[in-house]
Design a protein around this ligand. Sequence first.
Ligand code: ZN
Length: 318
Amino acid sequence: MSSSFLDRPFLEASAANGFAGNNFDRQSEHRAEHAVEIALGSPDARIHLFCEDRALVKISPEPQAAFSVNEAEAIGFDPATLILLGFLGAEPRLAAMAIPQAEWPEPLRAIDLRSLAVQGLLSAEDLGGLAQARSLLAWHQNHRFCARCGSETEMRAGGVKRHCPSCEREHFPRTDPVVIMLVIDPAQNHDACLLGRQHRFQPGMYSALAGFLEPGETIEAAVRREIAEEAGIRTGRVRYHSSQPWPFVSSLMIGCHAEAASNEITRDESELEDCRWFTRDEVHRMLTGTHPDGLTAPPEMAIAHRLIADWADWAEGK
Ligand SMILES: [Zn+2]
């Protein structure tokens, strides 16, 4: 038996997914009411700034997206939107909406989070911080009024919740679970997987099927329902693989491998432009950009890439 669960050279599968590097000590349960003001008083405080759904990044000399209070004030932000994400050691990390500008002065750029993750410009930690910031800032923007009584609500404790002064209800940010699954066919010797194309995908790209978990469902039930709805295939065993925060705007992707119990495809034409079985060889070519028809898999930062790549390696006995 190994000496400990934690001291092995063991990498959690989720750690390889983009936006998964957020290790902030959030202290959500132990915050002062004026947590933001206290944090701003620290010389180590750093602030992520957003312009709509894009993060502001100082592109040179080194790409960085965490600004000192002075830098953030020079750029300009709305103090009413300031939230405290948590702490990196003694360093408070905050986020706010920037004052929009028609053009950002050099070397600032407003870059969407998907591009930042694909390009690998920032550390995994900063990317994870930006993901939390984007989801939380959007939640506050969209929850200014009480869902119970309609009164205007107030941000509390640096943004971990909102309070309704009229009916006293407290509102907490939510995360929307999405299942994403790679279906593998045992009737084809586990040597074929099911991939589909949504109409909005870039040309030639195929990915794992995905869909929102519905109230009252287990992860496994949602996987089976989505596969049946989108591809008309019955599903047997389902195995959890890893998860990925997905800040578009506040989802958690729950990745699974699933075993097909039938393999004749009936595609949902409104959801999918195409859906078919791919052999392991073909998938290897898609992952390495050598497919003869130019077909591709999602980029490395995406959980779909990991689901596909791990199956391709596992099928080879790696
Ligand atoms: Zn209320």
